[in-house]
Design a protein around this ligand. Structure first.
Ligand code: NAP
Length: 530
C-alpha cells in the first residue's frame, strides 16, 4: 500500500490544503516522502459532521456486528504486512521486535474489546420492576443501560505509534462503546498513521458501517487539534502526551458551551521504593533489573522508573554502584523525534544543574538523536525543597533519593503528585513497614506493584493504567484494559416505557441474553426475569 499523504474523511481520501509537513527519519532527521497536507477547518467540520451523522446508527449496531468490526480492523492491520513495520521503524527509531510486539498488542486489544462486546456486561443492564401495589406510593418500572457518549476525538501518542495511536487503546475502546472516532494523527509518525487509518477505513467498508464511524486528520500545526476538541459534535477526548498539551486541551474542553471530558494521560515519574530488607538481600539484582527497565525503549515509557526512594547506608550505596555500572554500559538508542530528544537533553541538563544533585552515571554516547542514559542522586531534604526535581524527564533518566529512614521515604512519597505506578521492592521482613505505606501508595497511584517495574503494561480486565493528576486528568478511569470502555459510556434510565420502545438490552424476556441486575440481584443469561 503506497503512502499518499492524504487525509481520511469518512470514505473519502483528500489532500489537505492547510500547509505541508513531512514525516522525519528519527535516526537522521531527514524528511521522508511523501509530504502530508494539513487538514483545513472545513475538513475537520466534515469529519465531525460525518461522525455525528453516523452516531445513532453505529451505537445501536448489534454487539456481535461491532465485535466483528473490531476483529476485522485487526485483520486489516495484519494484512498491511511488513510495510507497516518498516515505515514505523523509520519514523520512530523503534526496533523491529518492539514494533512487531506492539502490532500484536494492538490486534490483541481489538480482540479484547470484541470479547467485551460479546460478553455484554459493559451495558450494565439494571431493572427495578414496577410495584403497583407498593404503599404509600406505587413504584415505577425503571430500567438502566449504558449508551455510547458520542463522537470521540483521539490524539495518537508518540511513544506507542501502534498500540496507542490511530487504532490503539483509545480508538478500540471508543469504537467498542459505540462511538465514532476522529483521530488527530501524531505528527511524529504520519505514514504509520495513514496506513493504519486506511486499514480501519477498509474494515468500515467491509462491515457495511456508516462512513463517518472513522476519520483521520493530519495537522501541520496545533490549530486543528484545538478546533477538534472545541467542535460541538465531539463528546469526549482521549489523549496521551505532555502535561502542557493535555492541559491545553482540557482548558479548551472545559471552556466550550458544552464542556466535555478529556481523558488525558500526561506525566508520571513512577517511584520505585527499595525497602531495607530487599535492598540488603538483593540490591545488586534489583539494580540490574532497574537499569534494564530504565533504558527499555530509550526510556520513552510513561511508566519509566524516574525516581528511586531508599534508606541511605551501605546497602543503598552498593545499589547505586551496581546501577551506575550497568547504566554506564547501556547503549544509547534513537529517541522518537528530534524534539523529544531535545526535551530530554534539556531535562538532564536542568537536573544536573540543581543544587545538591550528583550525577552517578552516564550511559554510552550514541548517534545524534540518541538518548544517553543518566542516573542522579540527591538527599530527601533537598528533594523536598526543590519541586523541580519532581518533574518528569521523558527518557532514560532517573533520580535516587537518599532518605534517613522509612519514615522519611513516606514523607517524600506524600510530597509527590499523582502517579501511574508505584513499585515496591520488599522482602518478608519489610511487610509491616510496607503495610504502613499502603494507604499513601493507594492515594498516589493507579497501580501498585511488588518486586517488579511498571514498564510492561498487561492488557487485561484488572489493569489500571491511570492515576491521580497529573498522571491523568481523571483518576476514575484507565486507558489500558477492558475498563477503558467506561470512559466513553453514559447511563440512561427508562421509566415506564412500553416494552416495544425499550432498547433490546432492557426488554422483557432478555432477548440479548445479558447478565442483568433485576431488583438488585444479578440474574444470569438464561434468566427471563423482567
Ligand atoms: P505532545 O507534545 O503533548 O503531543 C501529543 C499530541 O497532542 C500531538 O498530536 C500534538 O500535536 C498534540 N498537542 C500537543 N500540544 C497541543 C496543543 N497545545 N494544542 C493542540 N494540540 C496539541 O507530546 P509528544 O509529542 O508525544 O511528546 C512531547 C513530550 O511529551 C515529551 O518530551 C514528554 O515530555 C511528554 N510525553 C509524555 C508521555 C507520557 O506517557 N508520560 C508520552 C509521550 C510524551 P502535534 O502532533 O502537532 O505535535
Amino acid at each position: 500500500m503506497t503512502i499518499t499523504g492524504q487525509l481520511l474523511i469518512g470514505a473519502q481520501r483528500v489532500r489537505g490544503a492547510n500547509g505541508v509537513f513531512h514525516g522525519i527519519d528519527a535516526r537522521t532527521g531527514e524528511l521522508l516522502d511523501p509530504s502530508f497536507g494539513g487538514a483545513t477547518l472545513e475538513d475537520l467540520e466534515r469529519a465531525c459532521a460525518l461522525a455525528e451523522a453516523a452516531f445513532d446508527a453505529y451505537r445501536e449496531t448489534a454487539l456481535e456486528a461491532r465485535a466483528v468490526f473490531l476483529e476485522t480492523i485487526g485483520e486489516q492491520i495484519e494484512a498491511l504486512g511488513d510495510a507497516l513495520i518498516v515505515r514505523c521503524m523509520v519514523e520512530t527509531g523503534l526496533p523491529r521486535a518492539r514494533l512487531e510486539g506492539e502490532r500484536a498488542r494492538t490486534i490483541g486489544q481489538l480482540r479484547l474489546f470484541a470479547s467485551v462486546l460479546r460478553n455484554g456486561d459493559f451495558v450494565d443492564a439494571r431493572i427495578d420492576l414496577a410495584q403497583p401495589e407498593r404503599k404509600p406510593l406505587p413504584r415505577v418500572d425503571l430500567r438502566l443501560r449504558n449508551i455510547a457518549i458520542g463522537p470521540v476525538a483521539v490524539f495518537g501518542a508518540s511513544n506507542f505509534p501502534l498500540a496507542f495511536s490511530v487504532a490503539g487503546g483509545d480508538t478500540a475502546s471508543a469504537l467498542a462503546a459505540g462511538c465514532p472516532v476522529v483521530v488527530k494523527a501524531h505528527s511524529a509518525h504520519p505514514g504509520t498513521s495513514e496506513l493504519v487509518g486506511r486499514a480501519i477505513a477498509c474494515a468500515v467498508r467491509q462491515c457495511g458501517l456508516p462512513e463517518g464511524v472513522f476519520s483521520v486528520l493530519f495537522d501541520s500545526g496545533r490549530e486543528l487539534g484545538q478546533a477538534l476538541v472545541a467542535n460541538p459534535c465531539i463528546k469526549a477526548v482521549g489523549f496521551t502526551g505532555s502535561r502542557a498539551g493535555g492541559l491545553a486541551l482540557m482548558t479548551i474542553a472545559n471552556g466550550r458551551d458544552e464542556p466535555v471530558p478529556v481523558y488525558a494521560e500526561m506525566s508520571s515519574i513512577n517511584p520505585v521504593l527499595l525497602m531495607p530488607g530487599a535492598l540488603t538481600a538483593r540490591g545488586d539484582a534489583i539494580a540490574q533489573q532497574f537499569a534494564a527497565s530504565l533504558t527499555l525503549g530509550a526510556g520513552q515509557f510513561c511508566t519509566n522508573p524516574g525516581l528511586v526512594l531508599a534508606v541511605d547506608g551501605a546497602a543503598l550505596r552498593a545499589f547505586e554502584q551496581a546501577a551506575a555500572a550497568a547504566l554506564a554500559q547501556a547503549q544509547a538508542s534513537t529517541m522518537l523525534t528530534p524534539g523529544i530528544h531535545t526535551n530530554y537533553a534539556r531535562g538532564i541538563e536542568r537536573l544536573a544543574a540543581q543544587q545538591g544533585v550528583a550525577r552517578l552515571a552516564s550511559g554510552l554516547v550514541g548517534g545524534r538523536f540518541d538518548g544517553q542514559a543518566a542516573l542522579f542522586a540527591t538527599h530527601a531534604r533537598n528533594f523536598l525543597a526543590q519541586p523541580v526535581l519532581r518533574e518528569e524527564i521523558f527518557g532514560p533518566a532517573s533520580l535516587i533519593v537518599r532518605c534517613s529512614d522509612v519514615s522519611e521515604m513516606h514523607t517524600v512519597l506524600k510530597a509527590l503528585e499523582g502517579q501511574l505506578t508505584v513499585a515496591v521492592h520488599l522482602d518478608t521482613n519489610d511487610r509491616d513497614a510496607c503495610r504502613a505505606l499502603l494507604p499513601t501508595l493507594e492515594r498516589k497511584a493507579g497501580r501498585i506493584l511488588a518486586n517488579g517495574f511498571g514498564t510492561g503494561v498487561e492488557v487485561g480486565h484488572a489493569m489500571v493504567h491511570g492515576g491521580p493528576f497529573p498522571a491523568t486528568s481523571d483518576s476514575r478511569s484507565t486507558s489500558v484494559g477492558s475498563r477503558a470502555i467506561e470512559r466513553f459510556l453514559r447511563p440512561v434510565s427508562y421509566q415506564d416505557l412500553p416494552d416495544e420502545l425499550l432498547p433490546e438490552a432492557l426488554r422483557y424476556g432478555n432477548p440479548l441474553a445479558l447478565v442483568r441486575r433485576v431488583n438488585g440481584e444479578v440474574k444470569q443469561r438464561g434468566s427471563h426475569d423482567g
